[in-house]
Design a protein around this ligand. Structure first.
Ligand code: SF4
Ligand code: SF4
Length: 282
């Protein structure tokens, strides 16, 4: 953020971190990359979608301005001054291939990516926040705030104060699938990250017209691949049953991973591989 074009610089910052084999790795003893090259999208803080999200998810849900003011109560900013920067970290082909063969429990690679890869994602969140602040653009990574937590939405059940999937949807990166995952140009076997900053970056165009356009089934097709992939029966024609999904992860997947790796990881994601939307927009 020192005089370049903004979005390109942000991509460069993330790619530089991911180019470091000591950082972008599946684990301390596994010298293979945990993430493929990223996608980036931007939305503006006053995008009407953010007010819509709050309206439908619940009053606890943060708009970009609310989360910014929570972090910087002394700075007088308008929603229109803010940009929401979102990135997509695709799982590697090796991880997807191994995970595809699993039917009941998550693969070892997937669980390692959930643990060590998410730590890399936190490093990206913290690094981008710092770089933006140093360049004179106050910035905050919502999910890194101590106030970030899970909530219960009257309409949707388990929810949280900030959704990186919703921010990614608003930022032109993809649309929701039947399983609730975000289908991006690199598929839905991905993790997401986001930062809200007082910076003048242009919004990425949204090349879709509704929130489920990329899902074969929700667009009117026949696909039931994620329904069949879920070992918990948590996906049906009606969509994703979050309670059932969380119960499976808590009671079945975590103990399995702990037995395999020696530490608990909230890992599953079977519905993210072995499906037409695994690594591309179907
Ligand atoms: S597997 Fe099929 S039904 Fe499920 S999210 Fe992907 S496209 Fe939609
Ligand atoms: S994460 Fe696992 S339990 Fe949850 S919906 Fe996907 S396959 Fe089912």
């Amino acid at each position: 953020m020192h005089g370049g074009s903004g979005v390109e610089e942000i991509i460069h910052e993330i790619e530089s971190l991911l180019a470091d084999p000591d950082l972008n790795r599946l684990g301390p003893d596994l010298a293979e990359p945990v993430w493929d090259s990223p996608l980036i999208g931007v939305s503006r803080g006053d995008d009407p979608l953010y007010a819509e999200f709050k309206e439908t998810i619940g009053p606890f849900y943060w708009t970009p301005l609310e989360v910014f003011q929570l972090r910087f109560p002394g700075i007088d900013t308008a929603a229109s001054d803010l940009a929401v920067i979102v990135w997509v970290l695709p799982q590697t082909e090796a991880t997807r291939r191994e995970h595809r063969t699993c039917t009941l429990f998550p693969s070892r690679r997937w669980s390692l990516a959930r643990l060590y890869g998410e730590a890399v994602n936190d490093r990206i969140r913290d690094h981008l926040t710092r770089v933006l602040i140093e360049a004179g653009h106050p910035a905050v990574a919502p999910v890194r705030l101590p106030e970030f937590r899970r909530e219960v939405s009257e309409r949707f059940g388990i929810a949280s104060r900030w959704s990186e999937r919703h921010a990614a949807y608003a930022s032109g990166l993809g649309t929701f699938g039947l399983c609730d995952g975000l289908i991006t140009e690199r598929g839905k076997a991905v993790r997401l990250g986001s930062v809200v900053a007082d910076v003048d970056l242009p919004a990425t165009p949204r090349p879709y017209h509704n929130r489920t356009e990329y899902c074969l089934r929700l667009a009117g097709g026949e696909c039931d691949a994620c329904i069949r992939r879920c070992p918990a029966g948590a996906i049906s024609e009606a969509g994703h049953d979050k309670e059932r999904c969380f119960a499976y992860i808590r009671k079945t997947a975590i103990p399995h991973v702990e037995g395999e790796l020696g530490f608990p990881v909230p890992s599953c994601g079977l519905c993210q591989t072995g499906v037409p939307c695994e690594s591309r927009r179907p």
